[in-house]
Design a protein around this ligand. Structure first.
Ligand SMILES: Nc1nc2c(c(=O)[nH]1)N[C@@H](CN(C=O)c1ccc(C(=O)N[C@@H](CCC(=O)O)C(=O)O)cc1)CN2
Length: 294
């Protein structure tokens, strides 16, 4: 009888998420009056449906009250801001996350800045993001923190590690680069104006890809044995007309060369959700310390 052995090159994000959520549950079990995590969607955005569904599941597993709120796509910036301000003052709300993307007329950055730093479970308020520059990374943007968590899962020593980050978004690439520097890694950030991404990625111990282009990273772009962390969550339609989630990496081909690789789905997605819940716990501890709640 042939036995299928697990591929140890694959980093299982679901396992990492389970561990983080179990730690959160240990904390929530000790609390008797936890506020709820409010997740806001503006308009109908199919890309965020999976994310929000998994947020609800993650919160349930961690014993955290959760509420999904859907705002009409035509809500004005002022109306949205006003509701956020009411949420800031509402003691029954522990934290707030606003899904991206939002409709074009909404200034999402300004709206995220309206979430009070103590309720900013996404770490997207400029005050929270700014703290990362000072190596205070306890409340960091979820996907950026997930990429660091997945690199740690390889067991590689981050001190002096050569990491190439492909993508410089404010939500992943930039904060993740700062967080990795705080861990002692040497980080190169590539972006759309980088002359030869492959020239950089081929010498890296770890390549993190967050460009939002399905199959962007091929096997010829990495060093044999490197760790590849795929941050892309791209919805595509397969040959049978079904929706499917794929990453920014040509997973099958790159697995032949890489030492470690994160799959999509089952990689960064579940860890992003788990970090969101962990951030909510950090927010709770900070609110208690600030005397907002007891
Ligand atoms: N405010 C924010 N909005 C959005 C962010 C963000 O970090 N902050 N990132 C993305 C989220 N996103 C993709 O569009 C996304 C995140 C997580 C998942 C997920 O849980 N994926 C699972 C899917 C498994 C399944 O099919 O159930 C996985 O990858 O295993 C999906 C999407 C956009 N918005």
């Amino acid at each position: 009888m042939t036995q299928t052995l697990p591929d140890h090159r694959l980093i299982d994000g679901r396992n990492v998420a389970r561990r983080i959520l179990a730690e959160c549950k240990d904390y929530t079990d000790e609390q008797n009056n936890l506020g709820r995590l409010v997740s806001i969607c503006i308009g109908d955005v199919p890309e965020t449906e999976v994310y929000v569904r998994n947020q609800a599941r993650g919160a349930e597993r961690a014993g955290l009250p959760f509420e999904q709120v859907n705002w009409d796509a035509n809500i004005t910036q002022d109306e949205a801001k006003q509701i956020i301000q009411q949420m800031n003052d509402d003691a029954s709300i522990l934290g707030v996350i606003i899904q991206r993307p939002a409709p074009a007329h909404i200034n999402i950055r300004s709206l995220q800045s309206a979430v009070h730093p103590l309720k900013d479970v996404e770490g997207m308020n400029p005050a929270s993001i700014g703290n990362i520059v000072y190596s205070d990374v306890a409340l960091a943007p979820c996907t950026a923190a997930a990429s660091v968590e997945l690199i740690k899962e390889t067991g590689l020593n981050l001190e002096g590690l050569e990491v190439v980050m492909i993508g410089h978004s404010e939500i992943v690439g930039k904060p993740a680069a700062m967080m990795l520097m705080a861990e002692g890694a040497t980080v190169t950030v590539c972006h759309h104006l980088t002359r030869s991404v492959a020239m950089h990625s081929r010498r890296a111990d770890v390549v993190v890809v967050a460009v939002g282009i399905a199959g962007f990273l091929g096997p010829d772009m990495i060093k044999p044995g490197a760790a590849v962390i795929d941050i892309g969550i791209n919805q595509i339609t397969d040959e049978d007309g079904n929706f499917k989630i794929v990453g920014d990496v040509q997973t099958q081909a790159v697995t032949e060369v890489a030492g470690w690789i994160t799959p999509v789905p089952g990689g960064v997605g579940p860890v992003t959700v788990a970090i969101l819940i962990r951030n909510a716990i950090v927010a709770h501890k900070r609110q208690v310390a600030a005397g907002w709640i007891s």
